[in-house]
Ligand binder design. Structure first.
Ligand code: NDP
Length: 244
């Protein structure tokens, strides 16, 4: 079974990579269940696909019940969950000495705990089905750290450990895992940076040299569109002119 008729749950689908992936997968015939906090955006995306192929629910990944409820919606609407794409994330980068402790906590809550809540919501279903696929958006920042990115990179390095542990634990249940690690992508992510100068720098970098969100969505689709015996465990993709 490839993309067609698979049931895919996507968090962080109201913009950027999650939105683009919804579009690519829906066009390829998947049933897509999308969540994020901005319900109006989700409604617009779902409306494009007529309502029975893409369904949505307001979701806050920092709330375990909210994530479970999104997965329950997939189960009750389509009867199964083939793929969970943990994609919601934010990147308020800043030097540690700025002590933006609230932002560190938000990154941990969304980028790590949000992913764990997603895994907790689908794992019992996928174990019972004896198949499933859990994908998480990691980052080049999960492989390389720079001054200013310590906490963001820390959350993305954590994804490496969590996803590889999950992979090793679940081989007997035929649950596939994939980490998607993009370099700069042109999305709304820069808006989560509170320091104005850094925000402007990252915005320009993403808008002038970044991958498109669709480029990343095609990588996600590639990982999903494999025969059942093939697990694409990691995809690292940079814009061609990104050095580190
Ligand atoms: P966007 O800002 O465009 O998208 C982020 C998505 O996450 C939005 O849909 C947002 O929706 C959602 N989100 C944020 N907080 C929450 C929350 N508490 N609950 C539910 N959803 C939430 O940026 P991207 O598309 O770039 O980001 C997607 C992922 O890609 C992130 O994990 C990011 O770290 C990663 N990434 C991005 C790169 C880039 O250069 N852009 C590079 C490498 C990785 P809403 O606000 O409506 O809740």
């Amino acid at each position: 079974m490839t993309i067609k008729n698979k049931v895919v749950v996507i968090t962080g689908a109201s913009s950027g990579i999650g939105k683009a992936t919804t579009e690519v997968l829906a066009k390829a015939g998947a049933h897509v269940v999308i969540g994020a906090r901005r319900k109006d955006r989700l409604a617009e995306i779902a409306a494009e696909f007529g309502g029975d192929q893409v369904v949505y629910q307001e979701t806050d990944v920092t709330n375990r019940d909210s994530v479970k409820s999104l997965v329950d919606l997939a189960q009750s609407t389509f009867g199964k969950v083939d793929v969970l794409y943990n994609n919601a994330g934010l990147m308020p980068v800043s030097p540690l000495a700025d002590l933006k402790v609230d932002e560190w906590e938000r990154m941990i809550d969304v980028n790590i705990k949000g992913v764990l809540y997603g895994i907790a919501a689908v794992l019992p279903i996928m174990i019972a089905q004896k198949h499933g696929h859990i994908i998480t958006t990691d980052s080049v920042a999960g492989h390389v750290v720079h001054p200013g990115t310590a906490v963001y990179a820390g959350t993305k390095y954590a994804i490496q450990a969590i996803m590889d542990g999950l992979r090793q634990e679940q081989v007997d249940h035929h649950i596939r895992t994939t980490m998607i690690s993009p370099g700069a992508v042109e999305t709304e992510l820069y808006r989560t940076i509170s320091d104005e100068k850094t925000r402007e720098q990252i915005k320009v970098q993403e808008q002038t040299a970044g991958l498109s969100a669709a480029d990343v969505a095609h990588a996600v689709a590639y990982a999903i569109d494999q025969p059942q015996n093939v697990a694409i465990n990691e995809i690292l993709l940079r814009p061609i002119n990104q050095r580190t």
